[in-house]
Design a protein around this ligand. Structure first.
Ligand SMILES: [Zn+2]
Length: 264
């Protein structure tokens, strides 16, 4: 194991916790503990049954990022940019390493103009729907302002005060309401969000393919078709979420360009 440089924060304890995967490989959490900063996952290492290794740390866009394990639930995998944290779930499960690469892909996108576009579009949309005056707007009001109601769409939104953080989960007690939103705001939000998700999956698939070409097969039990089916089912979840925002274009799933990525 690589030696950790001396620091004022020491002494460190470093340990490896191997998680056995179904295919006989291991996903190893490398955990450091120090009196000041506590325990954290310093690296996630994949080790094949014939002892080849891949460190996931090297894929991170900067050393400031760290990994945090989450309990089972709908929000296991995420890239939290402010905290520079990549969260993950049970690494023994199929697709887990691809999901981890997907979140790392998000961290890379975060440094780009693409993310800026998405952030601008999503905050413009959020700002609009959270303005209570906009929620009262009728087609008559739009006409009176000299605008065309056709440039607006009815969106179904939920009250963020009711169920914060549950926006992707269609729960029966969510407080839904309808309102008119400029079509362009909803479209830009859906389109930039789709681009972000697809780019993060493309990063994950490309990395997987590159490793495979080097003789490192992270998911030997899964075929390209399995990956694509799973990825498209994730993308469809987002698509559903934007559909109730009047986004008719299938930005998330229409373009099947992932099919051209061959994992041979
Ligand atoms: Zn994502």
């Amino acid at each position: 194991m690589e030696k950790i440089p001396n620091s004022l924060e020491g002494p460190y304890i470093c340990r490896q916790e191997p998680i056995l995967r179904k295919d006989g490989s291991f996903a190893i959490e490398e955990i450091t503990e120090s009196p000041r900063s506590g325990s954290h996952v310093r690296d996630i290492i994949w080790r094949s049954s014939d002892d080849k290794e891949v460190s996931f740390n090297k894929f991170l866009p900067g050393q400031k990022y760290r990994f945090v394990k989450m309990p089972p639930g709908p929000y296991e995998y995420a890239a939290l940019f402010k905290d520079k944290v990549i969260t993950y779930g049970d690494l023994a499960l199929p697709m887990a390493l691809l999901s981890l690469l997907h979140e790392i892909g998000h961290a890379h996108i975060y440094e780009t103009a693409q993310e800026k576009k998405y952030q601008l579009a999503s905050s413009a949309y959020e700002e609009y729907i959270n303005d209570l005056n906009n929620r009262q707007l009728t087609e008559e009001d739009i006409k009176k302002r000299g605008e065309n109601p056709k440039d607006y769409v009815y969106v179904t939104e939920f009250d963020p005060k009711g169920k914060e953080g549950k926006e992707f989960v269609e729960e029966p007690d969510n407080q839904f309401f309808q309102m008119l939103v400029p079509r362009k705001l909803a479209e830009d939000f859906g389109q930039t969000h789709a681009q972000n998700e697809r780019d993060a999956w493309a990063y994950a698939l490309k990395t997987l393919r590159k490793l495979k070409q080097e003789g490192l097969d992270l998911e030997p039990g899964l075929k390209l078709e399995d990956f694509l089916n799973k990825i498209y089912s994730y993308l469809e979840t987002y698509e559903k979420y934007h559909k109730r925002r009047g986004v008719k274009e299938k930005y998330f799933t229409k373009n099947k360009k992932f099919k051209r990525i061959e994992l041979i």
